[in-house]
Structures are given as structure tokens and as C-alpha cells.
Unconditional design. Structure first.
Length: 172
């Protein structure tokens, strides 16, 4: 498996990954696939933090980070998500490989925090903690322990306050 940055040629495959990974019962299409498209169109998708997992020349997974605001700061924190893996490749280490790669890349780029909304049982293995433990306020208080943050090398305890995702998140 190869983890690399997304290229323009990957966009349809990335859309397909999230459409399949987040497919729900019924006819409602998952919001994650158009979310990535909107983040990209708005210029909020961070190119260096939009990674694909490739097996046998096929894109089988994708993770991305987007610009975010933490208090008045728009440079140190990023929003992670979505993270998606094609169902046939789930529980095969693809998601973990993507998480390790994107966290390492965010750290290398000098970001202090990565913030996400997700399952604490899954994301705690990557060092995520409840964001409120770091004095980071969720956009929606009902998110509780599912709103999580991971500190990186550039983190400073003054990086706190209300977190705001890129505008595309509020449109979904």
C-alpha cells in the first residue's frame, strides 16, 4: 500500500471512496463525499494534508484536513475529516496508515492541533482526547466526547477557545 498526496486525477475516486465508506441504509446519499468536494472548491482543503491510500493502482482510502479557526487563530489548528476507506479494505490497516500519515504530515507542517468529530474508541489510539480537556470548545455542545483533539509538536497551551470548521461543514 502506498500513501501519497491526492492529485487532480484522484478526485472521482476520492468521491467514490467516501460515497461507499459512509453509505447508509435508505436512499440518503452520504454527506462526506460532497463535503470533500466543497472543501476543495472553497480552497479550504489543505493540499499537503489530503492523502490517498493506493493498493494495486486503486485508491482505496482517503483522509483530509481543512483550514479551521481556533479562537482568533486561523493557522495552528486544522479540522480532520472525513477519513474513509472502501468497505472491502476496512479493518485492514488502511485507516490507521492514513491517520499516522496525516498526523505526521500536519506535525511536519508546523500545525499545533488536529481536531475531529468521531468515535473516541477509534481515535484515542492515535492520541486524541476530548477537546474540552484542552479548553477547546465544540461548535455544538451536544458533540461531547466525540469532539476530540490531538496535540502536535508545535502545540502551546494558549491554543484554546472556540473551534470553527471551514464553512463547508456548516452547509452539510
Amino acid at each position: 500500500m502506498l500513501i501519497r498526496r491526492e492529485t487532480p486525477a484522484d478526485q472521482a475516486a476520492i468521491h467514490a471512496v467516501h460515497s461507499e465508506a459512509f453509505r447508509r441504509d435508505g436512499n440518503d446519499p452520504p454527506v462526506e463525499a460532497p463535503l470533500v468536494d466543497e472543501l476543495r472548491a472553497d480552497g479550504d482543503l489543505i493540499n499537503a494534508l489530503s492523502l490517498v491510500a493506493v493498493r494495486d493502482s486503486e485508491v482505496v482510502g482517503h483522509v483530509c484536513c481543512s483550514r479551521a479557526r481556533l479562537g482568533e487563530d486561523t493557522t495552528t489548528a486544522v479540522g480532520l475529516g472525513p477519513l474513509g476507506v472502501l468497505p472491502a479494505h476496512q479493518r485492514d490497516g488502511v485507516g490507521s496508515a492514513l491517520m499516522h500519515a496525516v498526523l505526521g504530515a500536519a506535525d511536519a507542517l508546523g500545525h499545533g492541533l488536529v481536531v475531529l468529530l468521531g468515535n473516541p474508541a477509534y481515535y484515542s489510539r492515535f492520541g486524541f482526547v476530548t477537546a474540552s480537556d484542552l479548553s477547546i470548545t465544540a461548535p455544538d455542545p451536544a458533540w461531547g466526547p466525540h469532539f476530540q483533539a490531538r496535540t502536535l509538536a508545535a502545540y502551546q497551551s494558549t491554543q484554546a477557545g472556540a473551534f470553527e470548521y471551514a464553512p463547508a461543514f456548516s452547509r452539510i
